[in-house]
Design a protein around this ligand. Structure first.
Ligand code: PEP
Length: 245
């Protein structure tokens, strides 16, 4: 499975930021991985026009229903229509600030598939849970409940993002990342069988140009989900370049 480096712009970006996508497009020459940018939903359609398929675009969340009286929400079909081919689901910021449960995330994953989007399903432990030695158990529970049993490597990607590493400049040790990715792989295989063997497992949490090569070289790390360092094309390109062919 080809690695994936995905950028999550979160609530950052205006039409002026499309220049970063142009710069990314111009500089991307036969990357060794697939590349995805998830800008705010307001920019997806304009971004699609600029990017013209040079790399993929995605949403950062979707509603589980295809349409209806859900003020402020967007359906997976709307994201697809705007030019997205992926959607990030269950990001810790959605779980924390919008009360999203594992059941919500699973419903949204089914919605993503219904619309033909690939779901990036995020899991990860808090610092207190890690310190209590509960990280493997917490991640297994999130996987079991957020990833529907119909998930395959063709329709889903897992992103392991320790909550305490997101936006903090702190990362787990390489040994800890490798151990958790190997645990996640074992959980996926035990739950999904062959479908779990090829599913990409991204690492997310303070990935930057300085640590990308080491993290991306670890066993079972199939790529990265990058927040802050994806906002500037120059930094994001360095992370993409860190993927070994
Ligand atoms: C994220 O938002 O998914 C993320 C990993 O952010 P950062 O890279 O800024 O830690």
């Amino acid at each position: 499975m080809r690695a994936l480096v995905a950028g999550n712009w979160k609530m950052n970006g205006t039409p002026a930021s499309l220049g970063e996508l142009e710069a990314l497009k111009q500089a991307l020459a036969a990357p060794a991985c697939d590349v995805l940018v998830c800008p705010p939903a307001t920019l997806i359609a304009q971004a699609a026009w600029h990017v013209k398929g040079a790399f993929a675009l995605g949403g950062q969340d979707c509603h589980a229903e295809p349409k209806g009286a859900f003020t402020g929400d967007l359906s997976a079909e709307m994201l697809r229509d705007a030019g997205a081919s992926f959607v990030i689901l269950g990001h810790s910021e959605r779980r924390q600030y919008h009360g999203e449960s594992n059941a919500h995330v699973a419903a949204k994953a089914r919605a993503a598939w219904r619309a033909g989007l690939k779901a990036i399903i995020c899991i990860g432990e808090s610092e207190a849970q890690r310190n209590a030695g509960e990280a493997p158990h917490i991640c297994q529970g999130q996987l079991n409940e957020s990833v529907p049993p119909e998930a395959t490597s063709a329709n889903s990607v897992i992103a392991y993002e320790p909550v305490w590493a997101i936006g903090t400049g702190r990362t787990p040790t390489s040994d800890d990342i490798a151990a958790m990715h190997s645990h996640i792989r074992a959980c996926l295989v035990s739950r999904l069988g062959a479908a779990g063997e090829g599913m990409l497992i991204l690492y997310g949490g303070s990935v930057n140009p300085g640590n990308a090569a080491e993290i991306l070289g670890l066993p079972e790390v199939g790529g990265a989900l990058v927040g802050g360092a994806s906002l500037k094309a120059a930094d994001f390109l360095k992370i993409i370049a860190a993927v070994k062919a």
